[in-house]
Design a protein around this ligand. Structure first.
Ligand code: CDP
Length: 571
C-alpha cells in the first residue's frame, strides 16, 4: 500500500488513473506509478543501456515517485506509457501578425489543451487596433479581440477534459494597445481562461523612476506611435492588480538577459503560471522534489546526501521525458529537442520549515531557501553534465552561454519553481515554495466536491507533543489558522504561521531567494490582506524588481470570485 492521503487518492481516481473507452478505471495507483516509471526508464535503451540496467532504473524511478520524494508534472503522470503520451506542462506558441498565423495558433492551442498542457503567448507582434489591413482595406481589431478567440476556444476544449486549459497572455508595455490590455479584466467575465502579464522593459522602469514619458511602438517597423506617462501606466497596472490580481508583470529584459540561448532569439512569453520562460514553439517538462521529505530524521537540518541522490535521479528522469514525449506538433518537437530544457523545482518548502522549526517570515527562512536552491541548482547542473558525457550536449549548445562558461550541459535549463497545484496535493505537502495557506483548507477540484484536510505535519506534531484532540482538530478545520486557538504551544503557533499572517515583504524575499539559484523563473503568489493599500502593491513590485525577480503575481484576499483555495470550512 502506498502512503497517500485520502485527498490524494480522490484526485488520482478522478483524473489520473487510466480508463477504458467506457470511462471505467483500469489501473490501480501502484500501476499508475509503475506505468510512468517503466516508460520513462525504457528511454535508456536508446542510449545503449542493457535490459537489466533499465529494469533497475525502472525500480528506482518507481520508488522515487511512490516515496513521494519527487513527482513529475501532471501530464507525465496522466499520459506516460499511454497512446496519447503528451508529457509536458508548458508550451509557448508564436502568434504572428497574419490571419492564417493567428488561427493556426488557436488550433494548436486546442490540441495542446486537449493533451493536458498549458500555453503561453506574446500578443505583442499583432498590429494595434485600428491599423490598416492592406488586403481588405479594413481596420485591424487588435490583440485583445484576438485573445478573446483563444479564450473561447479554451472554454470549448475544457468541457470533458481532465484539466482546465490554462493560458498566459503577455503584451509588451510599449505596445500601443497596452492601456486596453491593462484594463481588460475590469469585466470579470472576460478572458477567464487567461492569466495576463504586462511585459515590462528596462526602458519603461527607467522612465517610471525618472517620472518621464516612454514611447509606444508599432510592432511592425517599430515606428514610435505615441508616448505615455510611465508613472501613470505603472499606477494603473498596480490599481488593476489591487482590484483583481491582474495583470501581473514580467520583466522581459531581465528574462532575456538571463537567457542562456541568446543566439536562438528573444523570449517573449512564459507558460501560464509564469515560471517557465520559453522561446516560441518550445515546451518544457517540470518535476518537483518534495522538501517535506528531505529533513534529517532527528529534525536537525537537511539531509543533503539524500537530496543530492534525488536531484540526480530526477534530472535523469526529466531528461528521459524529453525523448519519451509525444509532441503535439512537429515544430514543437524539433524546438524542444534542440534545447532540451527541463525544470526541476521543489514543493513542500513550508513543510520543511515546520520540521526545522523556522518561521516562513524570517531571515532564517531566506537563508534556508538560498542554501537549498543553490545546492539543487548546482547538483542538477552536475547531473546534466554527467548525462551530456554519455548522450551529448543539447544540440543548440554551440553559441550558448554554457559553451562560453565551459559547462557542457545536456539541458539548456535545469531548474524551475512550479506552483505544483495538483502534485503537491498528491504528495500531501505544501505547494511549491508557498507558505502554509492554512493549517486546514478546502480545495475545489474541477468545480466538484470540496475536500478537507488538516495539515499532516501539524497533526503529527500535535500527536507527538500530546495536544491532539479531535475537538482541537475540528477547531483548526473551522478557523484554518492556529493563532487564536488555546492549547497549542506558542513555539508551534510560531512555525505554523499562515499566508494571511505573512507580510508581502517576506513573500517577495522568499521568491527572490529561490530565484537567485533558479535557471528559469519562480511561480509564487504575493498575498495581500483584504484591506491592503494600493501603495503596498506598488512597493512589492519595486522590491521584486530590486531583488532580481523575473516577474510578480499579486493577490489581495477576496478580490477574485471563485477562489480555488479557501481558508477553513465554508459553511
Ligand atoms: O501540479 P501540476 O503538475 O498539476 O501543475 P502546476 O505545477 O500547478 O502547474 C505547472 C504548469 O502546468 C503551469 O504553469 C501550466 O503551464 C500548466 N497547467 C495547465 O496547463 N493547466 C492547469 N490546469 C494547471 C497547470
Amino acid at each position: 500500500m502506498l502512503d497517500l492521503t485520502e485527498n490524494a487518492l480522490a484526485i488520482l481516481e478522478r483524473r489520473y488513473l487510466n480508463r477504458d473507452e467506457k470511462g471505467e478505471i483500469i489501473e490501480s495507483t501502484e500501476e499508475l506509478f509503475d506505468r510512468v516509471a517503466k516508460s520513462i526508464a525504457e528511454i535508456d535503451l536508446v542510449y545503449g543501456a542493457k535490459e537489466e540496467e533499465v529494469a533497475a532504473l525502472h525500480d528506482r524511478f518507481y520508488h522515487l515517485m511512490t516515496s513521494l520524494d519527487f513527482l513529475p508534472n501532471s501530464p507525465t503522470l496522466m499520459n506516460a506509457g499511454l497512446p496519447l503520451g503528451q508529457l509536458s506542462a508548458c508550451f509557448v506558441l508564436p502568434v504572428p501578425d497574419t490571419m492564417e498565423g493567428i488561427f493556426e495558433a488557436v488550433k494548436n492551442t486546442a490540441l495542446i489543451h486537449k493533451s493536458g498542457g498549458g500555453t503561453g503567448f506574446s500578443f505583442s507582434r499583432l498590429r494595434p487596433k485600428g491599423s490598416v489591413v492592406r488586403s481588405t482595406g479594413g481596420v485591424a481589431s487588435g490583440p485583445i479581440s484576438f485573445m478573446k478567440v483563444f479564450n473561447t476556444a479554451t472554454e470549448a476544449v475544457k468541457q470533458g477534459g481532465k484539466r482546465r486549459g490554462a493560458n498566459m497572455g503577455i503584451l509588451r508595455v510599449d505596445h500601443p494597445d497596452i492601456l486596453e490590455f491593462i484594463k481588460c479584466k475590469e469585466d470579470k467575465s472576460e478572458l477567464t481562461n487567461f492569466n495576463l502579464s504586462v511585459g515590462i522593459t528596462e526602458e519603461f522602469m527607467a522612465a517610471v523612476r525618472k517620472k518621464e514619458t516612454y514611447p509606444l511602438r508599432d510592432p511592425i517597423g517599430k515606428k514610435v506611435m505615441g508616448v505615455l506617462d510611465a508613472a501613470q501606466v505603472f499606477k494603473l497596472i498596480v490599481e488593476k492588480a489591487w482590484e483583481s490580481g491582474e495583470p501581473g508583470i514580467v520583466f522581459l529584459d531581465r528574462i532575456n538577459g538571463d537567457n542562456p540561448l541568446q543566439h536562438m532569439g528573444e523570449i517573449e512569453s512564459t507558460n501560464p503560471c509564469g515560471e517557465q520562460p520559453l522561446l516560441p514553439n518550445e515546451s518544457c517538462n517540470l518535476g518537483s522534489i518534495n522538501l517535506a521529505r528531505m529533513g534529517k530524521d532527528d529534525g536537525r537540518g537537511i539531509d543533503y546526501e539524500k537530496l543530492k541522490e534525488k536531484v540526480h535521479l530526477a534530472v535523469h528522469f526529466l531528461d528521459n521525458v524529453i525523448d519519451a514525449n509525444t509532441y503535439p506538433l512537429p515544430e514543437i518537437e524539433a524546438r524542444s529537442k534542440e534545447t532540451r530544457k527541463i525544470g526541476l523545482g521543489v514543493m513542500g518548502f513550508a513543510d520543511l520549515l515546520t520540521l526545522l522549526g523556522i518561521s516562513y517570515d524570517s531571515e532564517e527562512a531566506v537563508t534556508v531557501a538560498e542554501q537549498i536552491m543553490k545546492f539543487i541548482n548546482s547538483e542538477a547542473k552536475k547531473a546534466s553534465m554527467n548525462l551530456a558525457q554519455d548522450r551529448g550536449t543539447f544540440p543548440q549548445y554551440h553559441g550558448s552561454r554554457w559553451e562560453k562558461e565551459n559547462m557542457p550541459l545536456r539541458n539548456a535549463t535545469t531548474t524551475t519553481i512550479a506552483p505544483t497545484g495538483t502534485i503537491s496535493m498528491i504528495a500531501g505537502c505544501s505547494s511549491g515554495i508557498e507558505p502554509l495557506f492554512a493549517v486546514a483548507y478546502t480545495k475545489v477540484c474541477m468545480d466538484e466536491d470540496k475536500l478537507m484536510e488538516v495539515h499532516p505535519v501539524f497533526k503529527r506534531l500535535a500527536l507527538e507533543k500530546g495536544f491532539y484532540t479531535p475537538e482541537l482538530m475540528e477547531k483548526v478545520k473551522k478557523l484554518g489558522s492556529v493563532s487564536m486557538i488555546k492549547g497549542i504551544p506558542d513555539e508551534v503557533k510560531r512555525i505554523f504561521v499562515t499566508t494571511q499572517d505573512i507580510s508581502p515583504y517576506w513573500h517577495v524575499r522568499l521568491q527572490a531567494a529561490f530565484q537567485k539559484y533558479t535557471d528559469n523563473a519562480v511561480s509564487k503568489t504575493i498575498n495581500f490582506p483584504r484591506n491592503a493599500h494600493v501603495k503596498e502593491i506598488e512597493e512589492a513590485y519595486f522590491l521584486a524588481y530590486e531583488l532580481g525577480c523575473k516577474g510578480l503575481t499579486v493577490y489581495r484576499d477576496g478580490s477574485r470570485e471563485g477562489q480555488v483555495l479557501n481558508v477553513g470550512e465554508v459553511t
